[in-house]
Design a binder for this molecule. Sequence first.
Ligand code: BEZ
Length: 211
Amino acid sequence: MTCLHLGDTAPDFTAPTSEGEISFHEWKGDSWAILFSHPADFTPVCTTELGRVGLMSEAWARRNTKVIALSVDSVEDHHRWKPDIEDVVHTSIDYPIIADPDKKVAELYDMIHPGEGDASSVRSVFIIDPANRIRLMMTYPKSAGRNFDEILRVLDALQMNDLGPFATPADWQPGDRVIVSNDIPTEEAKQRFGDLEVVKPYLRYTASTGR
Ligand code: BEZ
């Protein structure tokens, strides 16, 4: 098992998928990527999750982000299950689903948690930036479907963090004010970001740039 941390290079791998064999780094290129695992094909929560990700395909594309799913099922199972997902959400699933029956990728990314029942993958999420660095990791239990609006929101927050010396406050949404990094002295921040609001010496807001 690999112990992955934020900032690490996302491990590369080659694996069969519903769209043919993929070499992860080559497939990802210099996009952002969301690699997310689910426990099993033909299960209810997973069907809703993979459907929701498919419904959000324009939102991912607008953020230069590729999405890729994974379970320890076979390519044949993915091909048989995909029409069910498409039937449930009335949209096509236009992203690859990794088939990982030998658990090679799941173990590389520590997606198997024995306390969750069996040796299938739990609901892991990795957000990976254009330089292939892991920027966010989330682990949900098998019983709780993920909130993909939150995953989109934190993707926006990470992309905002990269636009300047900005952090994002609790519950931040695109368009909300951002927090100026404490690396920037207040006088300099006032010059650079004219509308600085100083709530505390360590909590300074400015208007968000970009999205
Ligand atoms: C589901 O997707 O519904 C599910 C899969 C595995 C365990 C529990 C729920």
